[in-house]
Design a binder for this molecule. Structure first.
Ligand code: UGA
Length: 456
């Protein structure tokens, strides 16, 4: 059987990564976006965001002629046997759930121009019930009699590991309504399954209905967020009880029923997915009349917000700042903020705890100097009033306090003796518990982590 031709509608982070990786797997691929600048960059072999390993694969597959990009819906509709919808579903401005306007315009734009039966596969993270609505949109807008069908196949890729996550997924979820859709979707995943077979790995495939497929994605993200907030709540308890959350996490993580991943305490979760998905999921549960079932996610969100304010409190304690009803007053103290992205190996600053804390320090009077290995451009666009330094040393030089807020390897590997000579005061808040406490305290730094012992 010849491989189906694939299109990826929306070449943001998700769609661009999928388009490139599926071309790498041998499919003929067309990426579509309404953003001409994005399409021009990708066509020139330039990835418009930071993702390790993606640029090389993009250029290789452009050169091999398996991958192209377009801004034309007509060309996309004509090219593809299977169309993956990968557009964003941001939080609505009034905070009432997910904004599906991009999904609507992508699906109608495509459906109107279909010339033959095709499968439209939703990949975007959406409220449960969206796939049904997409099928109705397709029925309404596609030329009569084509019988175009919808399927839902959520993705689980993590920024910074996206290439691996697409080529070697932990599972494939296929929400389908007909044997034809199941067969088509399995043809689209053959490359991934063949690669797994060659590497003697198993990729479980869960074939299910629309609603379950949609829910799998938000349930997975809600679980991960809960796990992070759980350990951050334990960090609060550890601080009060004089215990150490890192040792606690290690000990409970040895139980395979719990597992050690996503148990890193710190400044909490951020990014373009976990925080917004958590809120959209609660909004959808309310609509479905089961708001109570997800009420705990509100608490997960609150713990997460508190993790950010706890970093500020640690900073104020170390500096011995006066604290009024409006919070601490940092009185123009120079503070080095190391990290701006929501996590390392990414240039993404959406809902970044690091950047939110930097802005809060600045709003409380501190003279904040930020450095991040990859996120400076994006951070400066969001917070043009912060001072951005070209390097780690420039940020630390003359600072009374250093706050490490994203666990970039460059920060964990930095020499505390050398940094101590540059800084004006040897005070450090480790908002990600990523520094070697023994090395930093031996170099004369007063250290505060998150629920972690301050002495080795
Ligand atoms: C997350 C999910 O992990 C992916 O599976 C999912 O596909 C993706 O959202 C999505 O919905 O598209 P991502 O946003 O790339 O992926 O980031 P994560 O690696 O999950 O990290 C999220 C946040 O949690 C980061 O701010 C990170 O610093 C924080 N985190 C993570 C912790 O604070 N502690 C941990 O132990 C792990």
């Amino acid at each position: 059987m010849t491989l189906p031709r694939l299109t990826f509608v929306g070449t943001g982070y998700l769609g661009a990564t999928y388009a490139v990786c599926f071309a790498e797997l041998g499919y003929e691929v067309l990426g579509f976006d309404v953003d001409t600048a994005k399409i021009a960059a990708l066509s020139d072999g330039v990835v418009p965001f930071h993702e390790p390993g993606l640029g090389v694969l993009l250029r290789r597959n452009l050169a091999a002629g398996r991958l192209r990009f377009t801004t034309s819906y007509a060309e996309t509709a004509d090219f593809g046997d299977i169309h993956f919808v990968c557009v964003g579903t941001p939080q609505r401005a009034d905070d009432t759930g997910a904004d599906l306007s991009y999904v609507e315009s992508a699906v109608t734009g495509l459906a109107r121009r279909l010339t033959r039966k095709a499968l439209i596969v939703g990949k975007s993270t959406v409220p449960v019930g969206t796939a049904e609505w997409v099928q109705r949109l397709v029925d309404k807008h596609a030329p009569a009699g084509l019988g175009a069908e919808v399927a839902w196949s959520p993705e689980f890729l993590q920024e910074g590991f996206a290439v691996q996550d697409v080529l070697r997924p932990t599972r494939i979820v296929a929400g389908v309504r007909s044997d034809w859709a199941a067969t088509m979707l399995s043809a689209a995943h053959r490359g991934v399954l063949d690669l797994a077979a060659r590497e003697q790995r198993e990729v479980p495939v869960v074939v299910t209905d629309f609603a379950t497929a949609e829910l799998v994605k938000v349930a997975a993200n809600a679980f991960l967020a809960t796990k992070i907030s759980f350990i951050n709540a334990m960090a609060e308890v550890c601080e009060a009880a004089g215990a150490d959350v890192d040792q606690l996490a290690r000990a409970i993580g040895h139980d395979p029923r719990i597992g050690s991943r996503f148990l890193r305490a710190g400044a909490g979760f951020g990014g373009g997915c976990l925080p917004k998905d958590l809120r959209a999921f609660q909004a959808r549960a309310q609509e479905l009349g089961v708001g109570e079932s997800l009420r705990f996610l509100h608490e997960v969100d609150l713990i997460n917000q508190r993790s950010r304010s706890r970093v500020l409190r640690r900073a104020a304690e170390l500096l011995d700042c006066p604290t009024g009803p409006a919070g601490p007053d940092f009185g123009n103290t120079r503070v080095a903020v190391l990290g701006a992205t929501f996590k390392p190996h990414s240039d993404d600053v959406r809902d970044s705890p690091a950047l939110a804390i930097a802005a809060a320090l600045s709003a409380s009077g501190a003279d904040v100097h930020v450095y991040d290995p990859e996120g400076m451009g994006n951070a400066a666009r969001v917070h043009p009033n912060l001072i951005f330094e070209p390097g780690l040393e420039e940020a630390v030089r003359g600072s009374e306090l250093v706050c490490v807020l994203t666990e970039w390897p460059e920060f964990s590997a930095a020499d505390p003796v050398h940094l101590g000579r540059l800084a004006a005061g040897r005070l450090v808040v480790d908002g990600r518990n990523c520094l070697d406490v023994a090395a930093w305290t031996a170099a004369g730094w007063r250290y505060r982590g998150m629920g972690r012992h301050a002495e080795p």
